[in-house]
Design a protein around this ligand. Structure first.
Ligand SMILES: NC(=O)c1ccc[n+]([C@@H]2O[C@H](COP(=O)([O-])OP(=O)(O)OC[C@H]3O[C@@H](n4cnc5c(N)ncnc54)[C@H](O)[C@@H]3O)[C@@H](O)[C@H]2O)c1
Length: 305
């Protein structure tokens, strides 16, 4: 494992080891550091790379486009070059449903047109394009580009989960912080979308399902010399208000909220056509919103400090 700990901490390593029941080999370093990458590839026999490293906050990316392109695009290129030097040509890449443009018919499939309205989304699209071309130029590469919808929840042990610095940009950490009394209320951006309760709809997918999706993708690449691009979502939309109500029901906690104006760039309704993941990878999400709310709250309670 390689991480520069810009958005995590080495304390996570012991927790990972507890979960998997054996030590985790890890290096502190940056994916943009070619020498550090070469050293790792020389020391370990790496057959495949799961590439999660990146910056991921849409709003922040608007203020810091250079940093986002540097880490997400330059970092991915540095990683691919190092893989090429080491002769390791199997890669699973974390992309995002944010690459789908607004006003798509839902559920949205992989063939839908892409259009991005912020630097973060653009970095994902640039890397996707590069991976497509790389697979065409050198068919020895085995690549799975996974477009995550809305990763939510935590490991059921309560040992690892999301711990955002500053105001959370994702819904569930915000709901948890409000339930824990750390923030006064959840702001719901708009209640006039064409959904049953008017609030925005997203395809929330449990992080454990996502993890299993990566294992399925890796397994597929082991068996197939291919370059695939696949949605990872449940195929079900859930509204922001439904998430809050479900959280209150399963955890017995009150979550005050207020409705405020829509945000300019927000898409009202977004959920995946998840059929290709099932066809190619035999993967479908197994966990629901109840599980996501329960596991996120367990993580929040265990990590209040
Ligand atoms: N969480 C989401 O809502 C979401 C949705 C779609 C796609 N993604 C993508 O999935 C991936 C993982 O997301 P996450 O939510 O787990 O984010 P995260 O911030 O928890 O994980 C990213 C990890 O990469 C590390 N990192 C960042 N820059 C690095 C660098 N230059 N070198 C080495 N390590 C570096 C961070 O310290 C962190 O541990 C990201 O690429 C993100 O864009 C996330």
């Amino acid at each position: 494992m390689l991480d520069n700990f810009s958005n995590s901490t080495p304390a996570v390593i012991d927790r990972l080891a507890q979960i998997i029941g054996r030590p985790v080999r890890w290096h502190e370093g940056d994916i943009r550091d070619a020498a550090a990458l070469d050293k790792i590839f020389a020391e370990l026999s790496v057959s495949a790379v799961l590439h999660f490293a990146g910056l991921k906050a849409v709003t922040e990316s608007i203020d810091r486009p250079i940093d986002y392109f540097d880490v997400n695009v330059h970092g991915s290129i540095a990683l691919m070059k190092a893989m090429q030097r080491a002769g390791c040509k199997t890669l699973v890449f974390s992309s995002s449903a944010t690459v789908y443009g607004p006003e798509q018919p839902m559920p949205v499939g992989e063939g839908a047109p892409c259009s991005v309205s912020n630097p973060y989304g653009r970095t994902k699209l640039v890397v996707e394009d590069l991976l497509y071309e790389l697979g065409r130029a050198d068919p020895e590469w085995r690549i799975a580009t996974l477009r995550y919808f809305n990763p939510t929840g935590a490991h059921p042990s309560g040992l690892i989960g999301e711990s955002p610095i500053g105001t959370p940009s994702n819904l569930m950490p915000l709901v948890c912080q409000v339930a824990a009394g750390l923030r006064p209320c959840v702001q719901i951006f708009g209640d006039d979308y064409p959904s049953p309760d008017g609030t925005g709809v997203r395809d929330f997918v449990h992080v454990m399902d996502l993890a299993e999706g990566h294992v399925a993708a890796l397994d597929y690449l082991t068996r197939n010399q291919a370059n695939i691009l696949v949605n990872l979502g449940t195929g079900q939309g859930t509204s922001v208000l439904e998430v809050i109500r479900t959280f209150e029901r399963v955890n017995g906690q009150r979550v005050p909220f207020e409705v405020v104006a829509r945000r300019a760039a927000d898409i009202g309704i977004s959920y995946a056509d998840a059929s290709l993941a099932w066809e190619l990878l035999g993967w479908a999400a197994k966990r629901g919103i109840d599980d996501m709310c329960r596991d996120a709250w367990r993580w929040q309670c265990a990590n209040r400090a």
